[in-house]
Design a binder for this molecule. Structure first.
Ligand SMILES: Cc1cc2nc3c(=O)[nH]c(=O)nc-3n(C[C@H](O)[C@H](O)[C@H](O)COP(=O)(O)OP(=O)(O)OC[C@H]3O[C@@H](n4cnc5c(N)ncnc54)[C@H](O)[C@@H]3O)c2cc1C
Length: 554
């Protein structure tokens, strides 16, 4: 071996570790929000996801991209998307562990348990989470039409992953997608132009033929889609399967796949339908209300997905800097690098507490009015804040690896490409911030539920108390219309208001669930200081050594 080929001072790969046990916060959060959960099962899943083999599936699924076949060799349309076997293995792992079904299996903490598992799997590969997320989320919308739900629920809840392109009745398990966005409008779905014509009178549960297009339909190989289209009485929600009840391919064509920045293992398609068979869910004209429950659940998954990207990025950064030496000592021992890692850890823990609190509100919203109101406000609040903070964290973490972080063989470029997505789909930043304001205006009790939640830690920290009082004043001023919250109007200042609400809530949750060091540092820098700061600017007095070492996976 040539002496120039002796490899020195390179960290060992971060593989074969337990993502669950290595997390400084997750087991405690599970204990707090899902008492009685089997930590052993989560650890087992954490070890599977952290194994070298599964990590490699993530790389393979993103190197070998899905391929659309529009026609067969004789010119017949086939509209089939082929995926690498690694993609199917990842989906199989997710489905067999109930990542698509846990909230509907009757357990008391289905959403929290699922969020924990999804948080682990999304760290290793984010693309396959998309069809899983939409499948879980489709259930409440389907249940608005009981006769349709009776037919589809058992297929959806099955823990068999069946990749076959066959009528749903012939499969041992199915996945469901959604089609809302059209060329002329995504956020403003009222602009949808796809049409629905009733067959034999139509009505709730009735048959319709859909004609139109969808500009983004992810996971187009899924077995059915919840689709919005204009019926005579207005925008309505339909279940549109890939096959008709007669066993024919439905009149859905895939025009092309999007060439995306990230999320590349997953296919996102432009589709058209020409008299495609579908069934109406709920009343004609109530489409938005029906699909909203689906959107709420996918928004929770955006929070989980972003928190997962942040945790994986910080684990990689802390692992690298704990092993890499420069100027005579390991990087994580350098005061400035420690400051960076500690600051990233704080931000990641804030994302995790917001994720878990929101997931718990889903579990508790059923019979509890306070939790239902809290859930209403938490979903957009956490979606806005956590998805926005994600890219900054991943970017800084990537830089901690130096040049190694910029190379595709590390997971960092994939994490960075993925990081803006959760802020865009299921409602982009502005739309989500405005949704918080809408909730506060139309249901003032949601604001009260928010303040009551923060008040659970009143008296624990003087700075947090002062910030909460100031925020309560802003809220009432803004909502009574007497005062803007930043940029001259309630609407123009929505991001500032929502940002303040998210930081105050995150601080309160960190006081409850994280170490005192993390909570204090978060309050000093995000609540008292300017929350828009750059990472690595923690002030004197913060124990950066302790915080940085917390981030190193063990
Ligand atoms: C990878 C990927 C996969 C996707 N998969 C799906 C899918 O499976 N199914 C599906 O239905 N859709 C899907 N989408 C579409 C996605 O949900 C939309 O792109 C998103 O909702 C935004 O809609 P738009 O692209 O039409 O942007 P627009 O609605 O044109 O918005 C553009 C910008 O304007 C802002 N904006 C909008 N209204 C206001 C306002 N009133 N005030 C201030 N700012 C405003 C938005 O926040 C956004 O930043 C996917 C998108 C991506 C990137």
């Amino acid at each position: 071996m040539s002496p120039t080929h002796v490899v020195e001072n390179q960290p060992p790969p971060l593989v074969d570790y337990d993502l669950y046990a290595a997390d400084p916060l997750l087991p405690g959060l599970v204990e707090a929000y899902a008492l009685g959960t089997d930590h052993g099962r989560l650890s087992e899943f954490g070890r599977v996801m952290g194994s070298a083999e599964v990590i490699d599936w993530g790389f393979q699924a993103n190197r070998n991209l899905p391929v659309l076949h529009t026609h067969d060799r004789y010119g017949n349309r086939v509209d089939r998307v082929d995926f690498h076997p690694a993609w199917h293995r990842l989906l199989d792992l997710a489905v067999s562990n109930g990542l698509h079904s846990l909230p509907w299996e009757g357990g008391a903490h289905g959403f929290v348990e699922r969020a924990s598992l999804t948080f682990l799997s999304s760290q290793i590969e984010a693309g396959h989470w998309c069809p899983i997320s939409m499948t879980t989320a489709a259930m409440p919308a389907l249940r608005t039409q009981p006769e349709v739900a009776i037919e589809w629920e058992p297929r959806i809840l099955s823990r068999d992953y069946d990749a076959g392109f066959l009528p749903a009745a012939k499969k041992s398990g199915v996945l469901v997608g959604m089609g809302m966005t059209e060329k002329q409008g995504g956020s403003d779905v009222r602009a949808n132009s796809s049409r629905a014509e009733a067959v034999a009178g139509g009505g709730p549960g009735g048959e319709y033929l859909l004609t139109g297009h969808k500009w983004f339909t992810s996971a187009p190989m899924n077995d059915a889609f919840l689709v919005l289209a204009q019926a005579p009485a207005g925008l309505s929600c339909f279940l549109m399967p890939r096959w008709t009840p007669d066993g024919e391919r439905n009149a859905i064509t895939i025009q092309r796949l999007k060439d995306k920045l990230g999320n590349r293992s997953n296919a996102s398609a432009e589709i058209e339908f020409d008299g495609a068979w579908a069934r109406l869910l709920g009343e004609e004209g109530r489409g938005l209300a029906v699909i909203l429950e689906m959107v709420n659940a996918t928004r929770l998954d955006c929070v989980t997905g972003s928190a997962a990207l942040m945790r994986q990025a910080v684990s990689q950064a802390a692992h690298h800097t704990a092993h890499r030496r420069a100027f005579g000592s390991v990087l994580i021992g350098k005061p400035l690098m420690r400051n960076v890692i500690a600051d990233l850890e704080i931000e990641t823990e804030a994302a995790q507490v917001l994720m878990m609190r929101t997931a718990a509100a889903f579990d508790d919203a059923g019979g509890d009015e306070h939790q239902a109101k809290l859930r209403r406000i938490l979903i957009p609040l956490a979606k806005y804040w956590v998805t926005k903070r994600c890219t900054g964290v991943v970017h800084e973490a990537l830089e901690c690896l130096g040049g190694n972080g910029y190379v595709e063989e590390s997971i960092m470029p994939r994490l960075l490409r993925e990081s803006p997505l959760n802020a865009i789909w299921e409602g982009s930043g502005n739309v989500i911030a405005l949704d918080v304001v809408r909730a506060l205006h139309t249901q003032p009790a949601t604001g009260e539920a928010f303040l009551a939640e923060v008040a659970t830690t009143a008296g624990a920290d003087r700075a947090l108390d002062a910030a909460t009082d100031a925020l309560a004043g802003h809220l009432s001023g803004a909502l009574s219309g007497t005062r803007g919250v930043g940029a001259g109007s309630v609407e123009g200042g929505a991001r500032r208001l929502v940002g303040s609400m998210a930081t105050v809530l995150a601080a309160s949750l960190l006081v409850r669930h994280a170490s005192a060091a993390v909570a204090e540092a978060f309050i000093v820098t995000r609540v008292v200081g300017d929350g828009g700061h750059l990472y690595g600017t923690l002030p004197a007095g913060v124990d950066t050594a302790a915080l940085a070492s917390m981030a190193v996976p063990r």
